[in-house]
Write a protein that binds this ligand. Sequence first.
Ligand SMILES: NC(=O)c1ccc[n+]([C@@H]2O[C@H](COP(=O)([O-])OP(=O)(O)OC[C@H]3O[C@@H](n4cnc5c(N)ncnc54)[C@H](OP(=O)(O)O)[C@@H]3O)[C@@H](O)[C@H]2O)c1
Length: 333
Amino acid sequence: MAETFEALVLHQEDGRTVARLENLPVDALPEGEVLLEVLCSTLNYKDALAITGAGRIVRSFPFVPGIDLAGRVVASSDARFRPGELVFSTGWGVGERHWGGLARLARLKADWLQRIPEGLDPRRVMAIGTAGFTAALCVLALEDQGVRPGDGEILVTGAMGGVGSVAVLLLARAGFRVVAATGRPEQEARLKELGAASVVDRREVAESGKGPLASARWAGAVDAVGGAVLAGLLKAVRYRGVVAACGNAGGGELVTTVYPFILRGVRLVGIDSSMNPMPERERAWARLARDLDLARLDAITSVIELAHVPATAPRFLEGKVEGRIVVRVDPRA
Ligand SMILES: NC(=O)c1ccc[n+]([C@@H]2O[C@H](COP(=O)([O-])OP(=O)(O)OC[C@H]3O[C@@H](n4cnc5c(N)ncnc54)[C@H](OP(=O)(O)O)[C@@H]3O)[C@@H](O)[C@H]2O)c1
């Protein structure tokens, strides 16, 4: 094996985060039981915050970002994994506190690794990535709270983004009537191709009137946006409806009242993908492997090379990303 590997490395220079491709010595990798050759990674909103320095995601430099990776085991001191096996990892602080997937090699804890589910491959697993996995957790949360397709419309916010697109695909596949909320209503045709029954402008969701409640419409919601959009949609959730809140693309503040909760029995469920325990992960990935239409997944995925990552990351913060972005780390992948 070569003594160095190519990696995207973040540095802190004059108070700014700078990302550069560099060759690093293999022994610079952090500790972990499993050494992996990375085949693919992906970009999520959190990666964009880390790479641009717009969010305080990374605290020690130099640092290799990338919260998701799929690759082949090179060496393992853990009996669960053998050289040559294809595995992947999402979250667990990788790409935040532990060097991540935007590099040709990674060393991770065995507890953070999963086998590629039957029917998927490294590129598709990364096309799903943390965003798609989070969408699956949100859908499972609605169903676990008893929301069923006959109950009424389900709102998905940030619908053109990674979490939103996969949530629309999964919900439509499960037979729900999905309404996609977006800041890009001109993309109605694309959202309908994913399975949305109709499309609303996110401003309409946010501006749902001055009172604490609006006319009841949503049987459930998957919210990737937070802020005024989440506050607005909460006012219009039907009696005993369920909202899975996972994102803050539109803001971290939530200004609301208790009335949706105490008069309509609305349930607000928080979703965290990063430290989600392994049994729930396996359940969500089994659902993704079973239900995601791979042709549709491919249609919402763009593939970039490692060298394109620094120029692509800011697009997340401008709300310009459509669907999912896979990073082909190994040019043969
Ligand atoms: N809880 C977790 O474990 C978890 C996991 C993954 C992601 N997340 C969070 O979920 C959110 C979405 O992540 P992602 O990877 O899907 O990002 P993404 O691909 O950039 O999608 C975010 C979408 O939100 C909408 N949006 C962007 N800026 C906005 C703004 N200023 N106001 C209102 N809407 C805006 C856009 O959708 P439209 O153009 O359709 O409006 C955009 O496509 C992020 O906040 C991310 O941090 C959380």
